[in-house]
Design a protein around this ligand. Structure first.
Ligand SMILES: *Cc1c(COP(=O)(O)O)cnc(C)c1O
Length: 401
């Protein structure tokens, strides 16, 4: 098996000069510094060195979530942290208010159904974020407080639309409703401004493989006091995801089961890198690359999937292709000719959009190369466009600081 894997790897390396451009909106390109940290011998997860690592990381995570409360780490994909948020806070049959902002919100809702919850789904056209007014109206009408949680995807990765979490909080408060607020920041944490404490979020769900620049395999829950109180009364069955066992072990920097030790080596370096650059600078860099990308899309004469400028995502841009053309054929030719992966259209957007990831470890020249690959691909795939997108992005990037 091992030999086959190595042979497969070599085949790819031999046939492709230059590096692969992983411009899907997660997993993202992992910087060398993080790869070097992961590439160390695994240590005893019950020994003293691990305790120090665990305590460091659990403290360093808090400013990234903008919280003073606990953050727990699972050796799991983001989907695991979705489940943890639901099973720790809710009971069988509980009503939850969710917004179909796109594919990921739909998956979270289907999970809630499978867990025996009763989701109420607010529909959207997949071209904007969640509507705080619609949420507020349903909460105000819920006089018996049957709705136990409001679940929002901060950055909907299938559409490139951001939901206004602070406004959702304000709508919950204006309705004087006690529902918990659960937010998925899997593709926004460390890319787009986010404030767990200030926005009164009860559980923030995050993952390692997007803005945090790590490989997939870690996910997170940040917890409010109210979430912890809800957990004490919640009756959905839980074992692996149970916060109590996790928090007890975390107090000394340890975990109740084997953690993703080598990914945690990488996480410590990722958190150092974010601290060195500074979160405001990280957010500004993402916003600038997103703006340059949108200028390129408009110059090509193509349409941005997000129809609401206030909801534009800084971590990815979903681009609609003209009727009668195929986004998947475009992505295939770009992969084949330029060794670049772009995100596909999900659910009803299959073949109708392609998604450019511009998050994580990413600079101006990488953006220009990415847009260059798209522009050449548009020509090769015979998609009607003006070949002026890269030029528009260059002008913007060389002007704006
Ligand atoms: C990637 C993503 C997920 C799914 O995370 P997995 O790690 O694939 O389980 C969920 N929500 C959002 C917003 C995402 O971007």
């Amino acid at each position: 098996m091992k030999q086959q894997t190595a042979a497969g790897r070599n085949r790819v390396a031999e046939s492709r000069a230059g590096r692969h451009f992983l411009q899907i909106p997660g997993p993202t390109n992992v910087p060398e510094r993080i790869l070097r940290a992961i590439d160390n011998p695994t240590i005893d997860h019950r020994g003293p060195d691990f305790g120090r690592l665990g305590r460091d990381i659990l403290a360093m995570l808090k400013p990234v979530f903008r919280t003073a409360g606990p953050v727990v780490i699972y050796p799991a994909s983001g989907t695991g942290a979705w489940e943890a948020a639901l099973v720790n806070t809710l009971s069988p049959g509980d009503r939850v208010l969710m917004c179909r902002t796109g594919w990921f919100a739909t998956l979270w809702k289907e999970m809630a159904e499978r867990l025996g919850l009763d989701p109420v789904f607010i529909e959207t056209d997949w071209r904007r974020g969640a509507d705080p007014e619609a949420i507020g109206a349903l909460l105000a009408a819920d006089r018996e407080h049957r709705i136990k949680a409001v679940c929002v995807v901060h950055n909907e990765t299938s559409t490139g639309c951001v939901s206004p979490v602070a406004a959702v909080r304000a709508a919950i408060d204006a309705a004087h409703h006690p529902a918990l607020l659960l937010v998925d920041t899997i593709s926004s944490l460390a890319s787009i401004d986010y404030r767990h404490d200030e926005w009164g979020v009860d559980v923030t769900v995050a993952g390692s493989q997007k803005g945090l620049m790590l490989p997939p395999g870690l996910s997170f829950n940040a917890l409010s006091r109210k979430a912890l109180a809800a957990a004490a009364a919640a009756r959905l069955p839980r074992s692996y995801w149970d916060w109590q066992a996790m928090l007890k072990a975390n107090a000394d920097g340890y975990f109740p089961y084997t953690p993703g030790t080598n990914l945690l080596f990488g996480l410590r370096v990722a958190l150092e890198m974010l601290d060195e650059e500074g979160l405001p600078q990280v957010f500004a860099r993402h916003a600038r690359h997103a703006e340059a990308t949108r200028r390129a899309v408009r110059a090509w004469g193509l349409e941005i999937q997000c129809a609401e400028p206030s909801d534009y995502s800084s971590s990815l841009t979903a681009v609609r292709v003209p009727e009668g053309t195929s986004a998947d054929a475009l992505r295939a030719v770009i992969l084949e000719r330029f060794n670049m992966s772009l995100g596909n259209g999900l659910g009803p957007l299959k073949d109708r959009v392609f998604r450019i990831g511009h998050l994580g470890h990413f600079g101006d020249l990488e953006l220009i190369a990415t847009l260059g690959g798209v522009e050449m691909g548009l020509a090769l795939a015979a998609i009607p466009h003006r070949p002026e997108g890269v030029q528009a992005a260059l002008q913007f990037l060389s002007g704006a600081p």
